[in-house]
Design a protein. Structure first.
Length: 276
């Protein structure tokens, strides 16, 4: 078999595998979207029905039952505020670890990342008591704080890897020219690592937007984001799949649109420095 045929077969195989993986990942969203527009009896019918007369009754019921804009506002505010705070705290740490490394710098990075491996439920009780005693229960400030700490290790790691890809000769040249650390960062590092910062911010927003454990356990009404909005459609009478699907679709639609609009920047940032 010629090299050209082997190359063609390899490309076709990768193409097919890519499409199969995409369909596999997208199918649950597709099925949820269908269920959101089905009447309730059809949504739970066995076997599942692919063809039906769509209805907007589920969307109307969901929007009438709860103030969607209140939950949406909380998700936007908490996600972007926690992301901004995490980046502000992580950037100096990543800068120090990347350009002024010590013998234990890698140990510090590994220790920070290891905190992500701890199950959240293991610290629920002390965190809950801490929030209760400090008056942070059901507050946006409390969620912003917990989400900032939750994402901080990943944000530090990502920014650190972007800084490590910058040739140190550039920093040395800037220092020789008399540039102070602030000037080095804003005039040199920030423009060079802008795609990395953008992808880090997008990932952080996505992680926070989709996080449900802390929002359900630490909020009641005032600071509840869209993840708690979805959980509110589980009732003692059972799960109403059509209405639950409608609520889920309304919750994930904004972040999916943001992801689709920013996919080029996300991929560019995540592959930053991959090709020298």
């Amino acid at each position: 078999m010629s090299e050209m045929k082997k190359s063609l077969i390899a490309r076709v195989t990768l193409f097919v595998i890519g499409w199969l993986a995409a369909i596999l990942f997208f199918f649950p969203i597709f099925w949820m979207g269908l269920a959101a527009f089905k009447p309730e009896p059809i949504a739970v019918a066995t076997p599942p029905r692919l063809f039906f007369s769509p209805t907007l009754l589920n969307m109307q019921t969901v929007l009438d039952r709860a103030d969607y804009l209140h939950f949406f506002y909380n998700s936007v505010l908490i996600s972007f505020a926690a992301t901004a705070l995490a980046i502000a705290l992580a950037t100096p740490a990543a800068y120090a670890l990347a350009f002024f490394p010590k013998k234990n710098s890698k140990d510090i990075l590994m220790w920070m990342l290891s905190t992500k491996m701890m199950p959240a439920v293991g610290v629920l009780v002390p965190i809950y008591l801490l929030f209760k005693n400090s008056g942070l229960l059901d507050s946006r400030a409390g969620l912003i704080g917990i989400y900032t700490l939750m994402n901080l290790p990943i944000v530090v790691w990502l920014i650190y890897t972007f800084f490590k890809d910058i040739p140190k000769d550039l920093i040395e040249a800037a220092r020789m020219d008399g540039a102070r650390p602030a000037a080095q960062f804003f005039l040199l590092l920030l423009p060079l690592t802008a795609p990395g910062f953008a992808s880090t911010a997008l990932l952080s927003v996505i992680f926070i937007w989709n996080e449900a454990f802390w929002s359900i356990n630490l909020t009641v009404t005032h600071a509840t984001p869209l993840t708690a909005f979805i959980a509110s459609f589980s009732s003692p009478q059972g799960l109403f799949w059509a209405k639950l699907s409608a609520a889920s679709l309304l919750a994930i639609a904004p972040i999916m649109v943001l992801g689709w609009m920013s996919q080029k920047q996300l991929v560019r940032g995540l592959t930053f420095g991959a090709v020298k």
